[in-house]
Design a protein around this ligand. Structure first.
Ligand code: NAP
Length: 336
């Protein structure tokens, strides 16, 4: 943040689908400015700047990293590039909000965390679900034992898609695959509720390009189990279910960007009664607004990480996906 401006000045790189959605939410937040955007293509940058009324557009990411008016860079590029681009931004003194997954593996996330510490700049994985009001409320219900001891989570994240083999979803060079693109969300929810699993059993159906098309995993904890599923080939209701000794919580579809949940105790007809309560928690914008506010708050407090989605949380998430990838045999061509 500059001494004259009390606004946090954002630069956006990688001007694809998600960046378009993200900047719409950025505009809903006070004391925030979008000062520049950058693409690998000048025409794409000019077009994006025109649509979103952004003052400066660059035909290379490096130019944006060197722009002294940018305080924080949002990285909306393909998975394979997250580490190097985040590091380059941080070495230029920028704070970074980088799309999920923060990198390809835990070793790379550790390298990024080291650079954040060395340069004293804020770094956060854009795990927007962590800041969603419904997810936060559900976590509180779990912590307050509203449904007793939680011992089972059943969560998926699947779409039926028809992507071309070259698309970032199915492309090994871009670190594609269901797990890294969508499977990180079920991993996130299980981790949020239970922490790191004691044991992981994972299996996949692989696509001809080498990425996983469908992946299922069972996580075992001292006091519970989680069943996870992700993939590019099935339609799902996208409801997450959390079960405890005294009840259950259904996070309404689409669960990772939800606007409410249902808490149920007992079964209909039970002699001990049946309770069902529906909670509605409307979002601001698409829901990226909450991670944007978190960046603003942390940076104003000179913090280099969020307490809600910390560097350690990103490291743990990657440790879990590393283990799943090792079990399903998914190694990207550019990995050691
Ligand atoms: N949080 C969410 O809700 C959410 C939703 C969807 C995706 N995501 C994440 O956001 C990131 C981008 O996803 P997306 O759906 O926006 O993808 P996308 O539409 O394909 O955009 C990705 C952008 O990355 C840039 N890029 C850099 N190197 C590239 C390369 N070698 N090949 C292709 N593109 C390259 C391109 O921007 P330029 O051409 O402008 O340089 C491209 O437009 C991923 O990390 C994904 O997991 C998050």
């Amino acid at each position: 943040m500059s001494s004259e401006s009390k606004s946090l000045r954002w630069g956006i790189i990688g001007l694809g689908k998600i960046s378009n959605q993200f900047v719409r939410d950025l505009k809903l937040i006070e004391e925030v400015e979008i000062v520049a955007c950058a693409s690998r293509s000048v025409s794409n940058a000019i077009n994006f700047a025109g649509i979103h009324e952004i003052g400066k557009s660059y035909g290379s990411y490096q130019e944006l990293f060197e722009d002294e008016e940018v305080d924080i860079v949002y990285i909306g590029t393909t998975h394979n590039s997250h580490m190097n681009l985040s590091i380059e931004a941080m070495k230029n003194g920028k704070h970074v909000l980088c799309e999920k997954p923060l990198a390809i593996n835990q070793k790379d996330v550790q390298t990024m965390v080291d650079v954040s510490r060395e340069n004293n700049v804020f770094l956060m994985e854009a795990f927007w679900a962590r800041f969603n009001p419904t997810i936060r409320a559900v976590l509180n219900q779990v912590k307050n034992k509203s449904i007793g001891e939680v011992n089972y989570v059943n969560v998926d994240f699947t779409f039926s898609r028809n992507d071309a083999d070259e698309s970032r979803m199915l492309n090994m060079e871009l670190a594609g695959g269901a797990l890294m693109d969508m499977g990180v969300y079920p991993v996130f929810l299980a981790y949020l509720i239970f922490g790191k699993p004691e044991q992981i059993l994972a299996t996949s159906r692989m696509h001809t390009t080498g990425v996983d098309l469908q992946t299922s995993a069972i996580f075992k904890y001292e006091n519970g189990l989680a069943n996870l599923m992700t993939g590019f080939v099935s339609q799902s209701d996208m409801m997450a279910k959390i079960y405890g000794t005294e009840g259950r919580i259904y996070i309404h579809p689409v669960w990772h960007e939800s606007e409410g949940y249902t808490l149920i105790k007992g079964n209909k007809g039970d002699v001990n009664g049946y309770e069902e309560k529906v909670y509605t928690l409307p979002k601001l914008g698409k829901g990226y607004t909450y991670e944007i506010e978190e960046c603003k708050k942390c940076i104003a407090q000179n913090k280099i990480e969020s307490d809600l989605w910390s560097h350690q949380n990103s490291l743990d998430l990657m440790e879990i996906t590393d283990e799943i990838r090792s079990q399903i045999g998914l190694k990207y061509p550019f990995e050691d």
